[in-house]
Design a protein around this ligand. Structure first.
Ligand SMILES: [Fe+2]
Length: 375
């Protein structure tokens, strides 16, 4: 759990971090510093990487999510002290878990279009539950036999080597996990499967003990904010649903105890910001780029991203950065506007005669996001 000396007030934080934060907007209730950070700042260890952890983008045509993601990417790239790497933490699209192919394609194409035109930083990605295509067969109207059904679609869209993988960069070892596991019905459980746990054990065993390890999962391995849901007071019990936090956190904790080089675990999924320091590992949940799914703040969590400095001695510094997004109002069915960026792809114009559906693409060009919006 977070102790008092791990939560520093804003003035103290700024005095510690000096000019490196100039130009940033710091979200309230989200400046979380661990003992590791204090150590790094005191020792003035050499920083080897600045990482922007952008999780829960939930790209969709509605609510100007494309402009929100663009604003976030601009914020990351316009920092005076620019990030070296972006890791997207899952839930890249609003939802493909319960959506048909057409709707999933629309969201992924919108994401690709934005990243192509607005992002010049290298990107690594983690799969989220909403990136997995069609697991709710009933709602997605899929059979499971479609090519790229399930995780494969997310792997292909995100251009990652596997649903879990690792890489080395800047003297650190990065492990990206997949915490979305089928429940055998139309939902999922947050956990690692046996194949993945075995791979993780081997990967850690093969990592030199001198190399610090950072782990990314979509669902938190350990999170205190997981408790903030439902009506615990009236129910008289604290509960954490199995889709909210990895149910195998216990065996992961035990595994990490054998590998003190595991320093930091990043997650998203909750759309909340928290920090848990347990058995030498810091677990950070880094809010959401989309806030409350593009409807504003989610409880205390602004639309934002985690900014993490990694140091050569295995220490790190973390802050949650709000990028000042103003949510758009609820859609009203009475009025509609036409948004047309298809011209740049040589696509035909969207007809002025408006369809009955909520929105539609006007053509099948891969990056065309012509659409009718309800405002
Ligand atoms: Fe999410």
């Amino acid at each position: 759990m977070v102790s008092n000396n791990q939560l520093l007030d804003r003035r103290r934080f700024l005095s510690l971090s000096g000019s490196s934060l100039a130009g940033l907007t710091l979200a309230t209730c989200s400046i979380v510093l661990g003992n590791e950070v204090q150590s790094a700042l005191d020792k003035k260890a050499r920083r080897t990487l600045r990482l922007a952890h952008m999780t829960d983008l939930h790209v969709q045509p509605e609510r100007w999510a494309d402009k929100g993601l663009t604003a976030c990417l601009h914020h990351v790239q316009n920092l005076k002290d620019r990030a070296d790497l972006i890791i997207t933490g899952g839930d890249t699209v609003m939802d493909s878990f319960s959506q048909d192919d057409q709707r999933a394609t629309l969201q992924w194409n919108l994401f690709h279009s934005i990243m192509k035109s607005e992002c010049s930083l290298p990107v690594k990605s983690c799969v989220g539950n909403h990136d997995t295509w069609g697991w709710n067969k009933k709602k997605s109207k899929t059979s499971g036999q479609e090519p790229h059904w399930g995780k494969q679609r997310a792997i292909d869209e995100l251009k990652i080597p596997n649903r879990f993988y690792s890489f080395d960069q800047a003297g650190w070892h990065f492990i990206i996990l997949d915490g979305t596991h089928t429940d055998g019905k139309n939902g999922y459980i947050a956990k690692l499967d046996e194949e993945q746990f075995s791979w993780l054990s081997s990967d850690l065993a093969n990592t030199p003990s001198s190399k610090p390890v950072l782990i990314v999962s979509h669902q938190p391995i350990l999170s205190i904010a997981s408790l903030f849901r439902g009506d615990n007071q009236n129910e008289g019990v604290w509960t954490i649903p199995s889709a909210r936090m990895l149910v195998d956190a216990g065996i992961l904790k035990d595994l990490f105890k054998k590998h003190p080089d595991v320093k930091l675990c990043l997650s998203g999924h909750l759309h909340l910001v928290d920090c848990v320091h347990y058995c030498g590992v810091t677990y950070l949940c880094n809010g959401a780029v989309s806030g409350a799914w593009w409807k504003g703040d989610n409880q205390e969590c602004d639309e934002g991203y985690g900014l993490i400095d990694l140091y050569e001695d295995g220490t790190f510094a973390h802050q949650y950065v709000a990028y000042n997004w103003t949510p758009m109002p609820e859609p009203k069915k009475e009025s509609m506007i036409l948004r047309d960026n298809g011209a740049q792809f040589g696509c035909p114009k969207v007809p002025r005669r408006l369809p009955q559906c909520y929105f539609q693409t006007a053509c099948n060009a891969p990056f065309c996001t012509q659409e009718i919006r309800l405002l």
